[in-house]
Design a binder for this molecule. Structure first.
Ligand code: ASP
Length: 360
């Protein structure tokens, strides 16, 4: 039995298998209509969501399974102060599999360590969002016919955008990927992703603040929303919120095969006039997300009877995680644990992956 916290929990071969399975489901939906009959998916969303929650629920219904749903933290025991671990143990008594979204970074990992059912991370703070990445990968695969040798531009909030972090983790495993990181200075990609993922992979990357300069060279442009809810100062958000707006005019700078992706919701970063452009793929991504979640649920349910997979949980180094959004700041008696990244030589919190200061 295993949980999916990060897209790196899936091998490249498993990603290929999931893509194949999702395509199969889309071509022969009736053959899968009973595939999860008698099984229950619990969806537990402690943060707002429309697409992801509905997508998980639609996926489970289309597999013939059932859904148990707690619509929001305000209506759950979390509002009474229940820990994520206890909630996960309770869920394990009712459901066969769970999808969890939480504002604290590392919360899904905490849930998966406590649960005795597979847990899928449906977004933990600004950290990861692996099932959005599955939607993105299927979309790229369908549009380009491959996942390697692509120049991918990420534009907007690269600091807090968890979908960006997860997709970079995934794309860094395909040879020939080139990353173009487009953001204002304040919203640049965190060092743990830039150094620990991109530089470590040896793939080419560049950072720029100019969408216009980057556009002509891209195969994929992944636009993102500025993540208002993660800002400590409202005025910083106000200053940065309209940093990039992709308009029909700017689309003239993009290549004729440049696919435009966005995890949605969009808040002004793409003009609605771009929607009819054949290069706009963001509504296709939504459909692809449901198919990939169906494939993932089936895979995890198939493995659910085998012993629980053990993770590398680091050690107590005497450090305390400095990330104010880390689950260690709120979860009762959660041990501080760190691993040392062999490439960057920095200590990383096992829960949220934030780094302590450099070791050397
Ligand atoms: N829906 C995506 C997420 O949950 C993207 C976003 O909210 O901007 O991270």
């Amino acid at each position: 039995m295993r949980s999916i916290i990060d897209v790196l929990d899936l091998s490249v071969k498993e990603l290929d298998d999931l893509i194949r399975q999702a395509v199969d489901i889309s071509e022969r939906p009736r053959d899968f209509a009973d595939a999860a009959r008698g099984k229950k998916l619990a969806t537990l969303f402690f943060e707002p969501s429309t697409r992801t929650r509905l997508s998980f629920e639609a996926a489970m219904y289309e597999l013939g399974g059932n859904v148990l749903s707690v619509p929001g933290a305000a209506l759950s025991s979390a509002a009474k102060g229940e820990s994520v671990s206890d909630t996960a143990k309770v869920l394990s008594c009712y459901a066969d599999i769970a999808a969890i979204r939480h504002p604290r970074e590392g919360a899904a990992l905490v849930a998966s360590e406590a649960a005795s059912i597979p847990v899928i991370n449906a977004g933990d703070g600004g950290h990861c969002h692996p099932t959005q990445t599955l939607a993105d990968l299927l979309t790229v695969h369908r549009e380009k016919g491959r996942l390697d040798s692509l120049t991918v531009g990420f534009c907007g909030d690269l600091k807090y955008g968890r979908t960006v972090h997860s997709l970079i983790n995934a794309m860094a495993r395909y040879p020939g990927t080139k990353f173009v990181l487009i953001s204002p200075e304040e919203l640049k990609l965190p060092a743990y992703v830039r150094e620990g993922t991109i530089r470590k992979s040896g793939l080419a990357f560049c950072e720029t603040a100019s969408l216009e300069e980057a556009l002509p060279g891209l195969d994929i442009l992944y636009m993102t929303r500025i993540q208002r809810e993660r800002f400590e100062e409202a005025e910083d958000y106000e200053r940065l919120k309209n940093s990039y707006i992709l308009t029909a005019e700017k689309m003239k700078l993009a290549g004729e095969n440049c696919s435009i992706l966005h995890p949605l919701p969009r808040v002004n970063e793409i003009s609605v006039k771009v929607d009819d452009d054949p290069r706009a793929c963001y509504f296709k991504q939504v459909k692809n997300g449901k198919l990939m979640r169906m494939a993932l649920i089936l895979m995890l349910l198939r493995e659910a009877e085998s012993p629980k997979e053990k993770r590398e949980m680091g050690e107590d180094t005497g450090d305390v995680c400095q990330n104010l959004r880390c689950i260690t700041t709120t979860e009762q008696e959660l041990p501080q644990r760190f691993t040392i990244d062999p490439f960057t030589h920095r200590k990383k919190c096992v829960w949220c992956e934030a780094e302590t200061k450099p070791l050397f």
